[in-house]
Design a protein around this ligand. Structure first.
Ligand code: P53
Length: 478
C-alpha cells in the first residue's frame, strides 16, 4: 500500500455487531443454547450472573437481542442508506451445530446466513464474519469443559470448514476468535467464560487454565487459516484482539518496565497468531511458575503454518499501570491498572483516548507487520429521544470523530496499512459486558428497554447523518 495523504480508494467503511447481541430468536429453527443464552441482565455495578442452564423466570437479554433474525432485511436497507460498504457480524455456532459436536450441520441455520449475506451483497455491503464471538455452544461447556479440552479444536475447525465452504463466494474476510485476549483478565470469571467457556473451581489455577485454553484456540485458529486458504485462496483470515494499550503512569523505570511486560502479556496472542511463535519471556514464565502445558511439536508447526493474513482489533480505551517490584513484573489486570488523569471517562468508566488508537496502530505494525482492520470502536452511552423523535448523540459523534482523525493520521502520516473501519455498532444492541440495552452504541436507535419492552422501532440518530457524510466524503468530512 502506497503511503499518501488520503485513505486508500477501496477502504472499507463499515460498522460491527455480533450474532448473539442482535439476532434474538435464541431457540428458533433448531438453534442450540449458547453461553450467551445463560447470562442474565446485569449493569455496571452488578456483573451478569452466569447460570448453568436456562432457568425459568430469569432475564436473558440475548434471547431477544433486537430481533434482527426477523428484521434483517429492513435493517440492511437502513445500513445501505447509511452508506456502509462492509458490515461485520458473527455466525452463531449454535445455529449451525446446536450442540457443537454433531457431524452434520443444521441446514436451517446455514439457510439463515445465506439469506443474510445475500441481502448484504445485494446492497453492496461486504460481510466481515467472526467465527466465534462469545457464543460457543453451552453443551461444549457442560460435557467437555469448554476450551480446556483439546477436542474443541476439532469441533471448531469442523464448524469453520462447514461455513467457509458454504459461504466463501459471499464472504472474503473472516475473523477467528473475538477479542481472544480479554481473558488476560483471568481473575474475572466473565472473560474466561465468554472467550473460552471456562468455569473454574477455586482450587484450579485460572492463570494456567487460561494459557492452556488460549493455546488450543490459537491452534484451532491456525488450522482455520490453512483450511480457508485450501478452500479458496481469495479468502483472508484475521486474528481479533482487544487493543487497549497500557501506558506507564510515570517515567520511573520500574513503571516503564511494568508497562512493557503488561503489553507483552496482554498481546502475546498477537505474537502467536501473527508471527506463529511464543515469546521467550512467556515460555520462561511458564517454567518459572511450573506450569505443565500441553503443547505438541505439531502444534508449533500449525501455529507457524497458520499465521493470519491480517490483524483485526477493537479499540475503545487505553489503560495505565503503576510500578512493580516483582522481578518478573508479572502483570495482574485486576490489581495493576490505575486511572489516567489526562483522560476523561465514559459513563461506564472507559477512558477515552483517541491518540491511543494511533499509538496502538504504530505499536502493532512495528511488531507484527500486518495489514490492520479496525473491527470495533465506539462509545456506549444513554441516549435520549426528544419530543420530535430525534436523538442528538453529540457525545458519540465527538468520540468517533476524534478516533477517525487519529486513525487517518496513523495511515496517512505513519503509513500503517489499514483495510477498513467498523465502529461498534451500526444499531443499538445488547451490551456484552452488562446485558443492558440502555448502554447504546448504534447509529440507529432501537426502541426497546433492558427488559425487552418497547416497539422495536428503528430511529436514525444524529450520528447516522454524520457518519453518512464521513463515508460519502471518503473520510475527509469528519
Ligand atoms: P460492551 C470489554 C472491554 C472492551 C470491549 O462492549 C469489550 C469488552 C467485553 O464486553 O467487548 C467488545 O457491550 C465486544 C463486543 C461488545 C463491545 O466491545 O460490554 O467485542 O461484543 O459489545 C462493547 O459495552
Amino acid at each position: 500500500q502506497a503511503i499518501g495523504y488520503q485513505l486508500p480508494k477501496d477502504f472499507l467503511w463499515g460498522a460491527a455487531a455480533a450474532a448473539h447481541q442482535l439476532e434474538g430468536a435464541w431457540n428458533f429453527d433448531g438453534k442450540g443454547v449458547s453461553i450467551a443464552d445463560v447470562m442474565r441482565l446485569g449493569d455496571k455495578n452488578h456483573p451478569r450472573v452466569i447460570d448453568s442452564k436456562v432457568e425459568k423466570g430469569q432475564i436473558y437479554p440475548n434471547h431477544w437481542g433486537i430481533d434482527f433474525y426477523h428484521t434483517f432485511a429492513e435493517d440492511i436497507t437502513l445500513f445501505h442508506q447509511l452508506g456502509l460498504t462492509c458490515f461485520r457480524t458473527s455466525i452463531a455456532w449454535t445455529r449451525i451445530f446446536p450442540n457443537g459436536d454433531e457431524a452434520e450441520p443444521n441446514e436451517a441455520g446455514l439457510a439463515f446466513y445465506d439469506r443474510l449475506f445475500t441481502r448484504l451483497r445485494e446492497n453492496g455491503i461486504e460481510p466481515i464474519v467472526t467465527l466465534s464471538h462469545f457464543e460457543m455452544p453451552l453443551h461444549l461447556v457442560q460435557v467437555y469443559g469448554g476450551w480446556r479440552n483439546r477436542k474443541l479444536i476439532d469441533f471448531f475447525t469442523h464448524f469453520a470448514a462447514t461455513v467457509i465452504q458454504r459461504f466463501h463466494h459471499q464472504v472474503k474476510y473472516w475473523l477467528t476468535f473475538n477479542e481472544i485476549n480479554n481473558q488476560t483478565n483471568y481473575q474475572d470469571p466473565h472473560p474466561l467464560f465468554q472467550n473460552s467457556g471456562l468455569q473454574l473451581t477455586v482450587d484450579e489455577n485460572s492463570r494456567q487454565q487460561m494459557f492452556q485454553a488460549a493455546h488450543y484456540e490459537m491452534v484451532a485458529s491456525a488450522k482455520v487459516v490453512q483450511l480457508a486458504h485450501a478452500i479458496d485462496q481469495q479468502v483472508q483470515v484475521g486474528a481479533m484482539l482487544n487493543m487497549s494499550p497500557i501506558y506507564p503512569d510515570s517515567d520511573d523505570p520500574a513503571t516503564v518496565m511494568a508497562a512493557q511486560r503488561a503489553m507483552q502479556t496482554r498481546f502475546y496472542y498477537g505474537d502467536v497468531q501473527c508471527l506463529g511463535i511464543y515469546p521467550h519471556w512467556l515460555l520462561l514464565d511458564w517454567q518459572h511458575a511450573n506450569y505443565q502445558m500441553d503443547i505438541t511439536e505439531d502444534d508449533y508447526r500449525q501455529l507457524q503454518a497458520g499465521r493470519v493474513d491480517y490483524l483485526g482489533f477493537s479499540y475503545y480505551m487505553s489503560f495505565a499501570t503503576h510500578s512493580l517490584t516483582d522481578p518478573l513484573f508479572t502483570y495482574n489486570e485486576q490489581n495493576n491498572l490505575v486511572d489516567n488523569p489526562n483522560l476523561e471517562k465514559s459513563d461506564w468508566g472507559w477512558q477515552i483516548d483517541p491518540l491511543g488508537l494511533r499509538y496502538a496502530m504504530n505499536w502493532m505494525f512495528d511488531r507484527w507487520h500486518l495489514p490492520q482492520f479496525i473491527v470495533e470502536n465506539g462509545f456506549g452511552a444513554i441516549d435520549q429521544v426528544d419530543y420530535q423523535g430525534k436523538i442528538h448523540d453529540r457525545g458519540r459523534i465527538n468520540y468517533l470523530r476524534r478516533h477517525i482523525l487519529a486513525m487517518e493520521q496513523a495511515v496517512t502520516l505513519d503509513g500503517v496499512p489499514l483495510l477498513g473501519y467498523c465502529p461498534w455498532s451500526v444499531i443499538d444492541l445488547v451490551s456484552a459486558s452488562t446485558g443492558e440495552m440502555s448502554k447504546r452504541y448504534g447509529f440507529i436507535y432501537v426502541d426497546q428497554d433492558n427488559l425487552g419492552r418497547g416497539s422495536k422501532q428503528r430511529l436514525k440518530k444524529d450520528s447516522f447523518y454524520w457518519y453518512q457524510t464521513v463515508i460519502h466524503s471518503g473520510g475527509r468530512l469528519v
